[in-house]
Unconditional design. Structure first.
Length: 316
């Protein structure tokens, strides 16, 4: 006969997952376990006792900690600076309420000012913020002439001075006016290093891509009179005006180097022809013989190594 493993001496009737034997379905129902249970009813630490200062109930184990920091303890008593009422706990540090705080700070921080100082303050405020005085004025109708479309727009306002810089009649005209001013100030146009390809300089001449580098190196080696084209040719696309900046020029013939074809290529070439110039557009298949010739002469695999190292630019 196998006995219970929990020390009651009775016959074991059940086997648990951990391999132990027991006389009951649950080990807590064993008579030996019931006798060994802690007597919480008679335990002093689990009894509730009242605080001798504030008379609140606490467990005996927490009573000592509370009494040392109790707000009614003579050593810890703090009073309101305004009404001298005892402050309750940590939330009330100096005042018992917002009303006491407002009344106390108003009486202590209020300073008497003479009539002369009050007059100076009022005049300075009026000079600094004229919009406040303008708000009391009657509205006035003013006329604005748009420099883009020429329309005259009437505006009702109490501050006509604020509309001195606003010259356009609508947002559409304003955008056109800003673009016109930006063009007049020199914004836009061709910028070196603005493309996505590897760019740099070869013998002082700028190349915007590796395809342009192939064309430049080849023609410099055969003695051609190649140079960067400085022409600025206007063209229209989708009803908007643009400017085309060609790549190279050899003996009054424009050469444009392209990586792929798109519709704008035809528009740009037609604009060049209409302006009275000759143009040739070259792609990779046209540059391949030039590339083979350069690799054989310089004995390099990557043509980008021909760029001057200090001026190599890469755009992402």
């Amino acid at each position: 006969m196998e006995l219970c493993h929990y020390g009651c001496g009775q016959k074991a009737k059940f086997i648990f997952k951990n391999g132990k034997l027991c006389c009951s379905k649950n080990h807590k129902q064993c008579p030996n376990k019931k006798e060994s249970k802690h007597d919480y009813k008679n335990d002093k630490s689990h009894k509730k006792v009242n605080c001798k200062y504030c008379n609140k109930e606490f467990f005996y184990s927490n009573l000592k900690q509370h009494e040392s920091s109790c707000y009614l303890k003579p050593e810890n008593i703090r009073t309101c600076l305004n009404c001298r009422k005892i402050l309750n706990g940590r939330d009330q540090k100096k005042y018992c309420s917002k009303k006491c705080f407002a009344s106390h700070t108003h009486t202590t921080k209020k300073k008497k000012q003479s009539k002369e100082t009050k007059r100076k303050i009022s005049t300075s405020v009026k000079n600094i913020s004229p919009t406040r005085s303008d708000a009391l004025k009657k509205p006035v109708m003013i006329e604005i002439k748009c420099p883009i479309c020429g329309n005259i727009k009437k505006i009702k306002t109490t501050a006509p001075g604020s509309f001195s810089k606003t010259k356009s009649c609508s947002k559409k005209c304003l955008s056109k006016l800003l673009s016109k001013k930006s063009i007049e100030s020199g914004c836009g146009g061709y910028r070196e290093g603005s493309g996505r390809s590897k760019s740099g300089y070869y013998k002082g001449v700028y190349c915007g891509s590796s395809y342009e580098l192939i064309f430049l190196v080849y023609h410099l080696n055969i003695g051609s009179n190649i140079k960067r084209c400085k022409l600025k040719i206007p063209y229209t696309y989708n009803g908007q005006n643009h400017h085309y900046y060609p790549d190279f020029e050899i003996d009054n013939i424009i050469y444009e180097i392209k990586g792929f074809y798109n519709k704008i290529v035809d528009i740009k070439t037609n604009a060049v022809i209409n302006a009275g110039y000759k143009i040739e557009v070259l792609y990779l298949k046209d540059l391949q013989p030039m590339l083979d010739c350069i690799k054989n002469k310089f004995k390099i695999k990557n043509i980008i190594k021909l760029y001057e190292q200090k001026t190599l630019l890469s755009s992402s």
